[in-house]
Write a protein that binds this ligand. Structure first.
Ligand code: NAD
Length: 476
């Protein structure tokens, strides 16, 4: 753990084994911090903030530091990608792509740091002056999940530092490796001590302390909806600011006039990428009735060909799930789907391949004949499970797509761009893709409508989350 500019073990001396989900081998031993360690880190961040070690630096200087982290990530991209694959099982190409995105995020916010200006407003009081400025919020607690360990951390660390805050980061206890490595880079660039702190450990201890501690001014969390509610309740005790990036049950709408081949391939990519463990996974396919049979037939045939395997093998298209518990959760949803009367069209079990038996693998699974009230259609499975429903008009597509508590992302496939505009304007979601699935980048905001979250990451909106707005009025 990295607290107040020093590498430290947990005060209790406890550790946790970090497991490779491909073969269950122990790849590292991590410090297991608890509330006491969290409090030490919060205190360091508080002091660094209150003494102005960071927030009072010129914004362009802060930006240079943040930009430099991005440069070092590119320098160490191969090592970081390998660590991410060891820790999560995702393919090495996915990990490399993540690292590129991460470097871009740091460099984007590095460049944005000195463009966070305020404005002069016209005061109604004669001869007075009014200006509105943006200031850092203070000490920010940051909690990330295991599916995109460093990507989610970057979305928080980069804007928080660029805006002049000090931070305490807690990565998922099962995937801390790349975040630890980035704190080595933060040390290398010589960030003032106490500005960026890293505490490892569980959500129930370290995460809970960050959420409730009154010296934390803002808590930014990415993870499941139930954890989000717990954090929101804890944060309400002292009214700290909150930013929540939660789950999704994202519709992928395919019209009969879509490019058939691309739409089939991308429907598979939308849901089976990273074994479906993606908050924006296209897990609800809505297909126009007239092409349903042909579309489903093509999906099933191609789903069977997805190559599961070791993320380090270049032929692998999808790695394992993150853990035995998580796979068990997916299996229980498949059982629920069968009991609800959906048709299991493909998958629905672990692979037979003997080489995959030590990993937490699960076959790409497709349910057809799904209806909107089924639990497998409504609840986030967060695994390689696709449900298929049909629609016969654009109005019905919108109704079905929006029939969810979530509102993270959705996509529409059609050659008729007027129809695409009709859908895009009506989806109650933070991101809508037209004739594509999954693109996200530093420049565009990301976040959820409805129960998918509160606030936005990325884009200039992501920087503004980490600022307070102050009105300064001067009489003459
Ligand atoms: P999770 O909610 O179980 O855990 C996320 C983090 O919260 C971990 O670091 C965990 O230790 C911590 N945590 C757990 N209990 C806590 C508590 N009581 N107080 C404070 N912190 C606590 O989620 P997960 O299983 O790691 O990740 C999967 C979820 O994340 C899915 O629901 C997925 O949709 C969501 N997710 C959302 C986005 C997005 O951008 N919206 C991105 C990635 C993942």
């Amino acid at each position: 753990m990295y607290i107040d500019g020093e590498w430290v073990n947990s005060q209790s001396g406890e550790t946790r084994s970090i497991i490779n989900p491909f073969n269950q081998e122990i790849v590292a031993t991590a410090a297991e911090g608890n509330e006491e360690d969290a409090r030490a880190a919060i205190q360091a961040a508080r002091l660094a903030f209150d003494e102005g070690r960071w927030g009072t630096l010129a914004a362009n200087q802060r930006g240079e530091f943040v930009y430099e982290i991005g440069r070092l990530i590119r320098r160490d991209l191969q090592e970081l990608a390998e660590l991410e694959t060891l820790d999560t099982g995702k393919t090495i190409q996915e990990s490399k792509d993540d690292m590129e995105d991460i470097a871009n995020v740091f460099q984007y916010y590095g460049g944005l740091a000195d463009k966070n200006g305020g404005e002069v407003i016209s005061s109604p009081i004669p001869d007075s002056q009014s200006k509105v400025v943006r200031e850092p919020v203070g000490v920010c607690g940051q909690i990330t999940p295991w599916n995109y360990p460093l990507l989610q951390a970057a979305w928080k660390i980069a804007p928080a530092l660029a805006a002049g805050n000090t931070i305490v980061m807690k990565p998922s206890e099962i995937t801390p490796l790349t975040t630890v490595k980035v704190f080595e880079l933060i040390e290398e660039i010589g960030l003032p001590k106490g500005v960026a702190n890293l505490v490892l450990g569980s959500g129930a201890t370290v995460g809970a302390e960050l959420s409730v501690n009154q010296n934390v001014d803002l808590i930014s969390f990415t993870g499941g909806i139930e954890t989000g509610k717990t954090i929101m309740q804890a944060a309400s005790q002292n009214m700290k600011k909150i930013a929540l990036e939660l789950g999704g049950k994202n519709p992928n709408i395919v019209f009969a006039d879509a490019n058939f081949e691309t739409a089939v391939d991308q429907a598979l990519n939308a849901v089976f990428f990273h074994a479906g463990q993606v908050c924006s996974a296209g897990s609800r396919l809505l297909v126009e009735e007239s092409i349903h049979d042909a579309f489903v037939e093509a999906l099933i045939e191609r789903a069977k060909r997805i190559r599961l395997g070791n993320g380090f093998d270049e032929n692998t298209q999808s790695g394992p799930m993150i853990s035995a518990e998580h796979r068990a959760k997916v299996e229980s949803y498949v059982q629920i789907g069968k009991e609800e009367g959906a048709t299991l069209a493909v998958g629905g079990k672990r692979p037979d391949n003997p080489e995959l038996q030590n990993g937490f693998f699960y076959l790409p699974t497709i349910f057809t004949n799904c209806t909107k009230d089924m639990r497998i259609v409504q609840e986030e499975v967060f695994g390689p499970v696709l449900t298929v429903e049909t629609f016969s008009s654009k109005e019905e597509a919108v109704r079905l797509a929006n029939d969810t508590i979530y509102g993270l992302a959705g996509a529409v496939w059609t050659e008729d761009l007027n129809k695409a505009d009709f859908i895009a304007a009506r989806l109650r979601m933070g991101t809508v893709w037209v004739n594509d699935f999954h693109p996200y980048f530093a420049q565009a905001p990301w976040g959820g409508y409805k129960q998918s979250g509160i606030g936005r990451e990325l884009g200039h909106e992501g920087l503004e989350e980490y600022t307070e707005v102050k009105h300064i009025y001067r009489n003459k």
